[in-house]
Design a protein around this ligand. Structure first.
Ligand SMILES: [Zn+2]
Length: 69
């Protein structure tokens, strides 16, 4: 077994179940909880922290153009 990619184990803020994050995740990335299907944003990795987001809001965030000024 190759362990080059670290797993970060944390808990879903919604259902409190253990959630293993891929160590290559970056803060700001969106994930979906495998247990409760909540949309979560990676707030930080050290310590691991997740925040629930509204899927509709996250979609808007992702679609926001980078240059709008
Ligand atoms: Zn969950």
């Amino acid at each position: 077994m190759i362990a080059s990619v670290p797993l970060i184990v944390t808990r879903c803020p919604v259902c409190k179940k253990k959630l293993a994050l891929n160590g290559t995740m970056l803060p700001g990335q969106m994930i979906v909880c495998v247990t409760c299907d909540s949309h979560l944003r990676v707030e930080s990795l050290d310590p691991p922290r997740l925040a629930q987001v509204d899927p509709a809001l996250s979609r808007t965030e992702d679609a926001r153009p980078e240059a709008y000024g």
